[in-house]
Design a protein around this ligand. Structure first.
Ligand SMILES: [Zn+2]
Length: 303
């Protein structure tokens, strides 16, 4: 079967994807960020509209099960804006779930069945990525169960695995761990690597063939955008320009203008992308925003 990208409005030829925000959240509710949750469809449409105005054609929403994931809301945003929207199934890192969260009672087998049904079942809206998460320098018991379930769901469906890394740690170990579970590096997207802006560290991970995602532009209280541009330049120089992805990852209401915050979901495309083009060239930008997402989020359905 030819590879497809699975969007909330159906399967796409990967070439249709266009400029892509590789990591986004249109809705997100977590006990970790009290007061900073966002779940309003109208405001999601408003914020997503700013993406369209900034030239975005597709976004990958990384909100997993239990954290405000709203498939019908994603579909409504896609219909209202014309954006291609890819939904996630999966389970985030341990800290996002309270002690009594039902997700803690599920076996790896039950989770694998749920993930598989979300990606390849007969639901009207299917997921196109499987999100999982690791803790800081370690995998907690829930995360180990989720990783095993995700590997099994990947084996059944071919769906790409999108992995939260905590402060950019453990990239190589995550790829090796998933490799032992049968997942090839080319089906793994590692997020937040720029929390540790160390090109040498990520080059070791990139040498496996895994996707390297950066998503920190605009988080000025942690680091300037220049640090991320330098990291991109260093990774491209080391030969990883064909494995880089960039996302906005606006995971807090206080980051969204529709909720009175800033800098807004469009910062990555309206502000950072033009600077990347000026400083590192339009060719690299085209790879990062168009060519790479069309490969990273494509898979051959197996069911
Ligand atoms: Zn995120």
């Amino acid at each position: 079967m030819a590879p497809i990208v699975r969007s909330v409005r159906g399967d796409l030829d990967p070439a249709e994807l266009g400029p892509t925000d590789a990591h986004e959240h249109l809705f997100f509710v977590t006990p970790l960020q009290p007061g900073d949750e966002f779940a309003d469809v109208g405001r999601a449409v408003e914020e997503a509209g700013t993406l369209v105005a900034a030239g975005v054609r597709a976004l990958v929403d990384w909100t997993p099960l239990g954290l405000g994931r709203d498939l019908d809301g994603l579909r409504r945003v896609a219909e209202a804006t014309g954006l291609h929207v890819v939904a996630a199934t999966g389970v985030h890192r341990d800290a996002h779930y309270g002690p009594d969260d039902p997700v803690r009672g599920l076996s790896a087998e039950a989770l694998a069945d749920r993930f598989t049904a979300d990606v390849a079942g007969d639901g009207a809206i299917r997921s196109g990525v499987l999100k999982i998460g690791a803790s800081y320098h370690r995998l907690q018991p829930l995360e180990q169960t989720v990783f095993a379930a995700a590997a099994e769901a990947h084996r059944r469906t071919g769906v790409p695995l999108c992995v939260h890394t905590e402060h950019g740690t453990m990239g190589l170990r995550i790829v090796e761990h998933l490799g032992r579970l049968g997942v090839p590096p080319q089906s793994i997207v590692l997020a937040h690597l720029d929390r540790n802006p160390d090109a040498g560290e990520h080059a070791e991970t990139g040498a496996t063939g895994a996707w390297l995602q950066l998503d920190g532009p605009g988080r000025t209280k942690y680091w300037p955008d220049s640090a991320i541009l330098q990291l991109i330049a260093d990774l491209a120089e080391r030969g990883f320009g064909g494995q880089l992805l960039l996302g906005g990852d606006t995971g807090r209401a206080s980051m969204l203008r529709a909720y009175g915050g800033g800098p807004g979901m469009d910062y990555l495309f309206a502000r950072f992308k033009p600077r990347l083009e000026r400083e590192l060239g339009a060719k690299l930008a085209q790879r990062i925003f168009v060519a790479n997402p069309a490969r990273a989020f494509a898979f051959e359905p197996r069911t």
